[in-house]
Design a protein around this ligand. Structure first.
Ligand SMILES: Cc1cc2nc3c(=O)[nH]c(=O)nc-3n(C[C@H](O)[C@H](O)[C@H](O)COP(=O)(O)O)c2cc1C
Length: 222
């Protein structure tokens, strides 16, 4: 660890190399007409290379006052209709999405120097599909969700333990029990950008933009 004077931290950070590894070459002219295929190709390459948590992404939302918020979530599905994640409607992100149903997602696969940026409106999926996602979770995750306490102040850890034990007993007694507030959300993209780092620092960017006629592909300055 460096000394904590500001200039030392600045120098220390400046000395950490970025993109100092062999990186793939991205040829945007060969990109497919729709973004979902290219996204799944990049995700598959990250999975195959053993990138840790390759399906983790940052979800950015805004609250009613317009203040931004962001956190990491797991991607639940991706296809031509959009990108899915699951969350409790009473969590801060759920409350924010009820007020402002728009979001941005960011994926970063450091081993490849690749970033994907998604922006769009957010639509809750059907109660049936949200219920199926809930029931696919493990018993402790279901018991936790039923307590609807995510991100609240934890003032009494022992009381939480007791509540969790009661909730787990309920889940075990009623395996079909579903929390109706558990929600699968789909980010329906307006734009999806593919960003490939280059050691030269002339990074390659391609943005898919949804227009009335379909997807348009546009190169961006690095
Ligand atoms: C790798 C990783 C994966 C996560 N996956 C989820 C997830 O799928 N769903 C979720 O609600 N929280 C997930 N979390 C926790 C969230 O980042 C966040 O702390 C939590 O959802 C509360 O967010 P909120 O207060 O903005 O609602 C994950 C955290 C990490 C680091």
């Amino acid at each position: 660890m460096p000394e904590t004077s500001p200039s030392t931290v600045r120098d220390w950070l400046r000395g950490i190399e970025v993109f100092a590894r062999p990186l793939p070459v991205f040829e945007p002219e060969k990109a497919p007409a729709e973004p979902s295929g290219l996204f799944l190709t990049w995700l598959t390459e990250a999975v195959d290379a053993g990138v840790p948590d390759p399906h983790a992404m940052t979800l950015a939302t805004v609250d009613e006052a317009g203040d931004p918020d962001a956190r990491v979530l797991i991607l639940k599905n991706a296809d031509s209709s959009g990108f899915q994640f699951a969350a409790h409607a009473a969590s801060p992100k759920g409350v924010q999405l009820a007020a402002v149903p728009r979001a941005a997602l960011t994926f970063y696969w450091a081993e490849f120097g690749r970033q994907v940026r998604v922006r769009g409106r957010v639509v809750p999926d059907t109660p049936e599909r949200s219920a199926a996602d809930f029931l696919a979770r493990g018993p402790i995750a279901r018991a936790e969700a039923l307590l609807a306490g995510q991100s609240r102040y934890l003032v009494d850890p022992e009381a939480r333990e007791r509540a969790l034990e009661r909730s787990l007993a309920r889940v075990e007694a009623e395996p079909e029990l579903v929390d109706p507030a558990w929600t699968l959300y789909t980010v329906v993209p307006d734009t999806v950008e593919f960003w490939q780092a280059a050691a030269s620092r002339v990074h390659v960017r391609l943005r898919y933009e949804r227009e009335s006629t379909g997807w348009q592909r546009r190169r961006l300055w690095s």
